[in-house]
Design a protein around this ligand. Sequence first.
Ligand code: 13P
Length: 248
Amino acid sequence: MQPRKIAAGNWKMNGTPADIPEAHGIAEAAAAWAGVTVLCPPATLISQLAAEVPGSALKLGGQCCHPAAKGAHTGDVSAPMLASAGATFCIAGHSERRADHGETDADVARQCEAIWAAGMTAIMCIGETLAQREAGETLDVLAAQLDGSLPARATAANTVVAYEPVWAIGTGRVASPEQVAEVHDALRARLRARMKDGAGVSLLYGGSVKAANAAELFALENADGALVGGASLKADDFVPIVKALAAS
Ligand code: 13P
């Protein structure tokens, strides 16, 4: 089984209805290739985008979810709520959630279960800090995060894994192709060892991906796409990344 090529955009805490034209531009590019294009806008925009870009090749995703389906959790959003708004993907374990909200590997594993129960695909994120990389701990840290955050019933159909080194997010400092290759090859081996269809799990890289560096990353054997933050906010920045993936 070949991994699906996936170009995913994470708008983080950016976007109001005034930004919806950007999503239309991204949807046009999504329709022009055979891979998967996912946009994770703020939750407030999902239902409007689902209504305005109906039948679109552009898939929508949430950025996080509470592990419970409903209840007294002020300010949180649940996986069934995201799915009912039109999301078919949801990010789990982004480093900004882990850092800002103290989400642990066990929390992320529960979120994956909630995402699957709601019929969505989890985009599960892991990544080392600069201190961990400089201490030579990168592969050990990532292996522990993967094992702790990904429940046993993960499959290539319900899960995408995103490697996002914390030091590369929003810094303009992209990991080198050699660094990405080393990590993605190790993650692929670990996924193959623990899952029957581990060879088919899409492995995305995230962290300062831009049109200028996308092609060299997508040329790597185990880089099946990208999870893009800042460069996904504007169609003019994101569409060339989608095209680079389509051409890879
Ligand atoms: P940037 O592309 O802005 O570095 O963000 C990456 C990211 O965190 C995507 O989830």
